[in-house]
Design a protein around this ligand. Structure first.
Ligand code: ZN
Length: 341
């Protein structure tokens, strides 16, 4: 079966817009140790208390599953996902206050600035939209001490947008750092999904962290330094799916309007069913059209692991005996993509 093709966003928008550009990134603070060996010179440690021992591993500042260890029959598993990089400051004043500026990693437009630290785990944070190869991506700068830009501002690469700080949850002056993410935006109607499923108010509209799906910024920076022509779709093609789900096609899926390459340019309204490949953290890697209709969302595949996949999928996929499936939480998560379904 074949499906109607639409223009890939790169091809079409490159014709229409002078803004279309390939990836061109700088690190968001003066700390450049990522390009040496990374490690404790680049990452801010986390405070860990596990089985009676306290430790301060820098590894917890990396992107990925590095936090909240549990012991399982198969060994220690890290169950909490960290969606960005925690970059340590280079400079402090005599009283220990961090002094590092924070700047935009690429040219873009400020689409959101949260100036009320108590409203988010990110504390004060800024979101910048970048158009790369015709598609919008969103960098997020969290725990800021102060914000120097406003929603709607156009910013140049390396333009200062704020100061590194320690606002938000679980950060103190000792652990002051920049929390930095590079994201895909899931759904412009996120606010109504949030209103339906969440109890607390959503202060941040579609720039709530739950609607932003982060890729691994460290790997992206390192690969881009080696290959200046790298694109985000090429980068994500190198990511390994952890599980696949199938969903009935609701007709429109907002994320595919921004990133048509996710479905290979297929007309998003035509296939009856989508099979979506996800990383452990729920970052969608591709949407595959299927001709067979299905009655509701189902798990199609999950990597074989010794411990239950529950621990490695943020509780979205579970296994009991030899049976695997989506949890209620998993089904609700899928509706971030299909909402209003
Ligand atoms: Zn962080």
């Amino acid at each position: 079966m074949t499906y109607r093709m639409t223009f890939g966003c790169g091809a079409l928008i490159a014709l229409l817009s002078a803004e279309a550009r390939a990836l061109d990134l700088v690190l968001p603070t003066p700390n450049r140790a990522l390009f040496d060996d990374g490690g404790p010179a680049f990452y801010m440690y986390v405070n860990r208390s596990f089985e009676g021992d306290s430790s301060h591993p820098w590894q917890g500042g990396q992107y990925g599953f590095w936090r909240n260890p549990i012991r399982t029959a198969g060994g220690i598993l890290y169950t909490r996902f960290h969606e960005g990089l925690d970059i340590r400051p280079l400079k402090r004043d005599a009283s220990g206050e961090p002094m590092d500026p924070v700047w935009a990693v690429a040219a873009g437009k400020v689409v959101y600035a949260n100036e009320t630290p108590g409203r988010s785990n990110y504390g004060r944070y800024v979101v910048i939209e970048h158009i790369w190869d015709g598609c919008p991506y969103y960098t997020l700068y969290g725990h800021l001490k102060s914000v120097a830009v406003h929603k709607g501002d156009t910013v140049g690469q390396s333009q200062i947008i704020g100061a590194l700080g320690y606002t938000g949850v679980g950060v103190d002056r000792e652990r002051a750092h920049l929390h930095f993410e590079i994201n895909l935006l899931a759904n412009r109607k996120f606010d109504s999904w949030h209103g339906k499923f969440m109890k607390e108010p959503n202060w941040h509209g579609m720039y709530n962290g739950l609607n932003l799906f982060g890729l691994d910024p460290a790997r992206l920076f390192l690969q881009n330094a080696k290959n200046p022509k790298l694109t985000i779709p090429q980068f994500l093609a190198g990511e390994e799916p952890f599980y696949k789900v199938r969903i009935p096609n609701p007709g429109t899926i907002d994320i595919l309007t921004r990133y048509p390459w996710l479905c290979g340019g297929v007309d998003p309204s035509s296939p009856p069913t989508w099979e979506i490949a996800f990383t452990k953290s729920g970052l969608p890697l591709r949407f595959r059209p299927l001709a067979e209709p299905i009655p509701g969302p189902q798990l199609a595949d999950v990597k074989a692991t010794q411990a239950s996949p529950y621990y490695q999928t943020l509780g979205r996929v579970t296994r009991s005996g030899s049976k695997t499936g989506l949890t209620e939480n998993g089904v609700r998560f899928l509706r971030v993509f299909t909402w209003p379904d």
